[in-house]
Design a protein around this ligand. Structure first.
Ligand code: PLP
Length: 389
């Protein structure tokens, strides 16, 4: 039996939940503020904004660039995106009126191809959205350099790759801002949850306001985005931005405080499982696997497989057998989002072709990785692969 998700809660998380319930205060409060401080320290970024999902973190991050004084983004601007990601990497971009330019991925790392990305940049490009796929960092150092050279903002969607490292630096800390998910099946879980990281104080304040109704209540008195008035009746209910309510709760934050203590241990177990994945499947006759990017240490969200052309016909039999043996599997991320009906709502162009993204969509699947030893299950999968013709 191998699931796509595991419960990683121990007695510590349950105790933390009980303590919040006992306190009688559940929503945004002390625990959230404490969790944010811990996150910032852990990921070595000045500011973090905890919210109710990784999708919400994307929404906050992208929106914030529309309200910064220097106006980095406006409707109609072009954003470069990879041909493979999760749906809500793309949707906030669309909802903000940006034009998506899709660039193909490498069939090895599954990340955006940096050489193509370079060629796809035009004067209209105002944002690059790089997504670290399934724990594997993109060429983050190089992409940061490209962005700097071209005065383009760099947004890193790190929702699948908490704890990964590139060139000795933590993934999710290269971009001007980045998003993270703490959904149940991810590297740490707050059940639902996510956060934005940035070193930019203005972006931080904008995100805090956008997260809570667009009000000023969560801003310090001397914020650059709004100077609060003293003893003003309206100060608790002053609205400066067309915001949302994307807050999480102190219950989720209290869980996060316990989970983040376990992150390094969780990742080292995931990496041990990855050693077995690599050993068993690296030169497999029937499948290609994800290759860790150079100078990177993946945090191995899951174990993807791409069936080789010659063996495509075995997929239906394989899926049947995996199901029978209770090995759960699924589509890799969202596959290519342009192969979904939602495409009709997207304002987009494709740079050259999305051949590798389509291959992942049509010929790929992944099985789960977990912060527990799954060696036995990986051997079982190998046996199933080898037995089919
Ligand atoms: C790349 C990427 N971005 C964003 C998200 C959204 O995160 P959440 O499920 O917490 O909303 C996910 C979710 O798995 C993801 O894989």
């Amino acid at each position: 039996m191998l699931n796509l998700v595991t419960d990683t809660f121990g007695k510590e998380e349950k105790k933390a939940i009980r303590a919040v319930v006992k306190s009688g205060y559940y929503t945004y409060g002390k625990q959230t503020i404490k969790f944010e401080k811990i996150i910032s320290k852990k990921f070595k970024k000045k500011y973090s904004i905890f919210c109710n999902s990784g999708s919400s973190a994307n929404l906050l991050a992208i929106n914030s660039l529309f309200y910064k004084k220097t106006n980095p983004l406006k409707k109609g601007d072009e954003v470069i995106v990879p041909g493979l990601s999760w749906s809500t990497t793309y949707f906030p971009l669309q909802q903000c009126g940006l034009k998506l330019k899709f660039v193909d991925i490498s069939s090895k790392t599954l990340n955006i191809k940096t050489d193509l990305l370079k060629k796809a940049i035009t004067k209209k490009t105002k944002l690059i959205c790089a997504v670290n796929i399934l724990g594997n960092p993109c060429d983050l150092k190089e992409i940061k350099k490209i962005c700097k050279k071209n005065s383009i903002y760099f947004f890193e969607d790190n929702c699948e790759s908490m704890g990964a490292v590139h060139n000795g630096k933590i993934a999710g800390t290269f971009g001007d801002l980045s998003s993270h998910s703490t959904f149940f099946s991810h590297h740490i879980s707050t059940i639902e949850g996510g956060f934005v990281l940035t070193d930019d104080k203005e972006i931080y304040h904008i995100c805090r306001s956008l997260r809570s109704h667009g009000w000023t209540r969560d801003l310090p008195p001397n914020s650059k985005i709004y100077k609060k008035k003293k003893d003003d009746f309206f100060e608790k209910y002053r609205f400066i931005l067309p915001g949302y309510n994307l807050r999480s709760t102190d219950l989720n934050a209290a869980i996060g405080i316990e989970q983040i203590k376990k992150l390094d241990k969780f990742i080292s177990i995931r990496r041990r499982n990855a050693e077995v994945y690599n050993k068993l499947f690296k030169n497999h006759e029937k499948f290609d696997i994800q290759i860790e990017n150079s100078n990177s240490k993946s945090s191995w969200f899951a174990f993807p497989f791409l069936v080789k052309v010659k063996y495509k016909k075995i997929l239906p039999k394989l899926f049947k057998e995996l199901k029978k043996q209770k090995i759960m599997f699924r589509v890799i991320c969202s596959g290519n989002i342009l192969n979904h009906p939602v495409k009709k709502y997207l304002n987009y162009s494709v740079f050259q072709k999305l051949n590798n993204s389509n291959r992942v969509h049509n010929d790929g699947f992944f099985i789960g990785n977990h912060p527990t030893d799954i060696k036995k299950e990986l051997y079982k999968v190998k046996k199933i692969f080898d037995s089919l013709n």
